[in-house]
Ligand binder design. Structure first.
Ligand SMILES: NC(=O)C1=CN([C@@H]2O[C@H](COP(=O)(O)OP(=O)(O)OC[C@H]3O[C@@H](n4cnc5c(N)ncnc54)[C@H](OP(=O)(O)O)[C@@H]3O)[C@@H](O)[C@H]2O)C=CC1
Ligand SMILES: O=C1O[C@H](COP(=O)(O)O)[C@@H](O)[C@H](O)[C@H]1O
Length: 476
């Protein structure tokens, strides 16, 4: 990989890597009429251009199945950018150069036209359903790609370990690995990036960041959001694949990896990969190490929510879970015996999105101190971004009595939305925030055994009413 050594006068990317010789000037958005493109990608692109007006000389080419003329495309793009609070100047600049092509992206001829739409090598962003992305990659075999072409793939990357390997093989025949961006937008979230600063720019955490001092780690992403009309995708994925297989395992890798010598793409991604290679389900028993549940009717913030199985587009026969929990172990010197619990759910009453590191009790509490110690806990909250440290202190009323306090502060939400950071990496050719091919396969290996146990009904499907914190008896 070519990232870590810059010549003295070489330009640097926002993530600190040298810029490639051929920076990306054409972004082709395949699936431009879809939800991801409209709600997240185009606003994030606008925010990135707002933040770096001098640096980004970019033409956006939209492509999709819709038969849109220039006016319809302009309306759609402007609506998306306006909703994303992008400046008028950036909106006008983008509108002045953008174009839209109707295309069936599974056809080589249509893809060839799109690849040739700009003057230089493009970034092709597959904002498409995963099955369509796989077909588009097959069709690209018959298209000559200019040197420097970048391919950007969304999650889920494949549907299991074998299909992820096959997709990697297909991509390797198209462009080099460091021009393949497997997107996990959680890697662009401010609090997730903050794991690097908190862990490695402070003296106090790293010496206790191991099985000698840590009792357990929880990575939780519970949302009040319901299905939000996404049955077409979500009912086939479920909470385990939608959140744990990708986002939460990436976060876990950043929490558990060894300290890196640099935050270059090479060092960081290798350190994450090492942790994931050592990760497996707790006790080697996927059925016992996991739980699943599905929401029934309830209400969230005054809004009535139907039974998941009665949501439009849901097929009850799929038996899809909306809340998943998996406990993992990391078989290495640093983490042997420490449970990492990953959990994510929809239609949960109170949002909880955080990494919690729970420390072991002190080896000896001095005789004479009274009361009960609570475990020290470090929390990194993913939105609104915050950090908190729960500590035991001496009490107000009894000077020798133990009391509990929390030191906490809000953290900046970051200069850009998560997808803005991801796009900056894509355009700079810096794969720091992209998921490496072997890592994508490892993440499937970790969850595949759970998927198999669930398919064989070895783990019961539990129920929780929408608006509650999950089934009774589950730790929150
Ligand atoms: N939406 C979200 O919040 C998130 C989505 N993702 C991922 O992003 C990807 C896209 O998701 P999303 O935007 O929600 O999906 P949508 O179904 O909303 O959009 C998919 C787009 O692909 C187009 N499309 C489908 N087949 C073809 C084809 N053969 N040729 C050209 N265009 C085609 C569709 O056009 P048409 O509708 O006209 O058929 C549509 O514009 C998925 O992998 C998803 O997992 C990741 C994170 C969040
Ligand atoms: O990728 C996904 O992420 C969102 C949560 O991320 P956020 O950045 O929107 O908070 C999740 O709701 C969705 O189901 C999942 O597909």
């Amino acid at each position: 990989m070519s990232i870590s050594s810059a010549t003295p006068d070489q330009a640097m990317s926002v993530h600190g890597a040298p810029l490639p010789d051929t920076p990306i000037r054409t972004l082709v958005l395949l699936g431009a009429s879809g939800d991801l493109a409209h709600r997240l990608l185009m606003p994030a692109l606008g925010k990135l251009l707002d933040a770096e007006p001098q640096r980004r000389d970019l033409v956006l080419v939209g492509a999709g199945a819709e038969d849109w003329d220039a006016a319809a495309w302009h309306d759609r793009l402007e609506d998306s950018l306006t909703k994303g609070d992008v400046s008028r100047e950036t909106i006008d600049a983008l509108l002045a150069t953008t174009s839209y092509q109707r295309a069936d992206v599974t056809k080589a001829d249509d893809l060839r036209r799109l690849v040739q739409a700009g003057e230089a090598a493009p970034a092709l962003y597959f904002a498409l359903p995963p099955a369509v992305t796989a077909k588009a990659c097959d069709a690209l075999v018959d298209v000559e790609l200019p040197e420097g072409t970048v391919l950007v793939l969304e999650k889920p990357f494949g549907t299991d370990e074998a299909s992820a390997k096959a997709l990697n093989a297909r991509l390797a025949g198209l462009v080099p690995e460091d021009r393949t961006f497997r997107v996990d937008h959680f890697l662009g979230r401010a609090t997730v990036l903050n794991l690097l600063g908190v862990r490695f720019a402070n003296r106090i955490f790293e010496p206790v960041w191991n099985a000698g001092h840590v009792a357990s780690v929880d990575i939780v992403f519970d949302e009040p959001l319901t299905l939000e009309g996404r049955a077409g995708y979500y009912d086939k994925a479920g909470a385990l694949v939608d959140m744990i297989q990708s986002h939460l395992l990436q976060v876990m890798a950043l929490v558990a990896m060894d300290p890196v010598g640099s935050v270059s793409a090479f060092d960081l991604r290798e350190s994450k990969a090492e942790v994931l290679r050592a990760t497996r389900v707790w006790g080697g028993d996927a059925a016992l190490a996991s739980r699943r549940a599905r929401y029934s009717a309830g209400s969230i913030g005054g809004r009535e929510v139907p039974d998941y199985v009665h949501e439009p587009g849901v097929d009850p026969a799929r038996n899809t879970e909306t809340l998943a929990e998996v406990t993992l172990e990391i078989d290495n010197w640093r983490w042997a015996g420490v449970p990492f619990r990953l959990r994510s759910g929809k239609s949960v009453g109170t949002q909880r999105k955080e990494v919690v590191v729970t420390f072991k009790p002190v080896p000896h509490l001095p005789t004479g101190l009274t009361g009960t110690c609570e475990p020290d806990r470090l929390r990194l909250v993913m939105g609104p971004d915050a950090i908190a440290l729960d500590l035991n202190v001496n009490g107000e009323d009894d000077p020798m009595g133990i009391d509990h306090v929390t030191l906490d502060t809000e953290l900046s939400p970051g200069r850009l939305p998560a997808y803005g950071e991801v796009l900056a990496g894509v355009l700079d050719g810096d794969p720091l925030l992209a998921v490496r091919g072997d890592t994508a396969v490892e993440c499937w290996r970790i969850v595949d055994s759970v998927l198999k146990a669930w398919a064989a009904d070895e783990t019961p499907m539990e129920t929780y009413a929408a608006g509650t914190q999950g089934p009774e008896g589950w730790p929150v």
